[in-house]
Design a protein around this ligand. Structure first.
Ligand SMILES: NC(=O)c1ccc[n+]([C@@H]2O[C@H](COP(=O)([O-])OP(=O)(O)OC[C@H]3O[C@@H](n4cnc5c(N)ncnc54)[C@H](OP(=O)(O)O)[C@@H]3O)[C@@H](O)[C@H]2O)c1
Length: 290
């Protein structure tokens, strides 16, 4: 245990750091929040050295790093630099979490919601908007749980690229790219799918009601778009495990409560040790039982 104050160092890749992430940090028990905005990879080493060379190894569990901002690729580059700048062989390490654009906590909450109602290892899932930061992580987490995952995109090549990225991380992943760009693509994409998670851009309808009615195998529908019109027609923003026409539905706000609990639990976890790296999988795992 360390009796030092809990310091969270927020490395945000946007020019204006996320207020959302700052509020959650405080609510999760952070005592001092050091916010750095517009962070680029070249700046990271000095920032991390400031963190690890001040307190002794036994107190470094009271210092942690949070990587955020709207650009997930930029956040991933910052996370990689943070990891390179730590010196764990001498105990000079701090725990770090990546949640750019809320992607990891949102994806974890969505997959947790689905897992309440079905055995994911037997599920046949379709992730609409599967090329975005949230959709990619949803697909990755579902595949890791053993689901067969169809990744939908208006551009088949983009979905194929996501499949390759997931397979590089989880060799046994059962992933398949599917085009969803034209009105005739829908039935093929939905065929045999018992789970649909829509992670499309805000305000984009990805699954119209007419098409949804043809999805005979569908048991669980989760829509993460919080900006009307919703991504799955018929699913309301506040739906949380509501059954409609035999399908269990979640809307963005219905998933949002779990997302917030997972986000806060992840921040709190950072202060329990000094060697954690919380990315999609680790964040999903700590959502167990929340
Ligand atoms: N509930 C929460 O707590 C929470 C938190 C964070 C985010 N979100 C929501 O989660 C969703 C996904 O976030 P994100 O940042 O990953 O989204 P994003 O990057 O803006 O979009 C995701 C994908 O949607 C597809 N898309 C874009 N415009 C489209 C259109 N007009 N019609 C059909 N498809 C379109 C694109 O895929 P292709 O071009 O490959 O088709 C894109 O890669 C958003 O709706 C966001 O608001 C919710």
């Amino acid at each position: 245990m360390s009796d030092k104050k809990k310091i969270l160092i927020q490395l945000d890749t946007d020019n204006q750091a996320s207020v959302f992430d700052r509020v959650v940090a405080v609510d999760a028990g952070t005592e001092f929040l050091f916010t750095h905005a517009g962070v680029t990879p070249v700046q990271v080493q000095a920032l991390v050295h400031g963190a690890i060379f001040t307190r002794g190894p036994k107190d470094l569990m009271s210092t942690a790093v949070f990587v955020g901002g709207s650009d997930v690729s930029a956040g991933e580059a910052i996370l990689a630099e943070v990891r390179k700048s730590l010196i764990p062989q001498y105990g000079l390490s701090v725990s770090v979490m990546l949640d750019s654009n809320g992607s990891n906590t949102t994806a974890a909450a969505a997959v947790r919601a689905a897992a309440k109602h079905m055995d994911l290892s037997k599920s046949k899932a379709l992730v609409l908007g599967g090329t975005g930061p949230v959709g990619q992580r949803v697909a990755r987490l579902l595949a890791r749980q053993g689901a067969h995952v169809r990744i939908g995109s208006r551009g088949l090549d983009r979905a194929q690229a996501v499949c390759a990225t997931i397979k590089a991380r989880h060799a046994n992943a059962q992933v398949e790219a599917i085009a969803t760009g034209s009105s005739t693509d829908g039935p093929k994409a939905l065929e045999g799918r018992d789970l649909v998670i829509a992670a499309g851009a805000a305000g984009a309808v990805l699954l119209p009601a007419k098409l949804r009615a043809q999805a005979k195998a569908l048991r669980v529908a989760i829509d993460l778009n919080a900006v009307p019109p919703v991504g799955i027609e018929g699913v309301e923003l506040g739906d949380k495990g509501v059954t409609k026409d035999g399908v269990i539905c979640y809307g963005a706000l219905g998933v949002g409560g779990t997302k917030m609990r997972i986000h806060k639990a992840a921040i709190a976890k950072l202060f329990q040790r000094n060697d954690l790296v919380l990315d999609a999988e680790e964040i999903y795992d700590l959502g167990e039982g929340l």
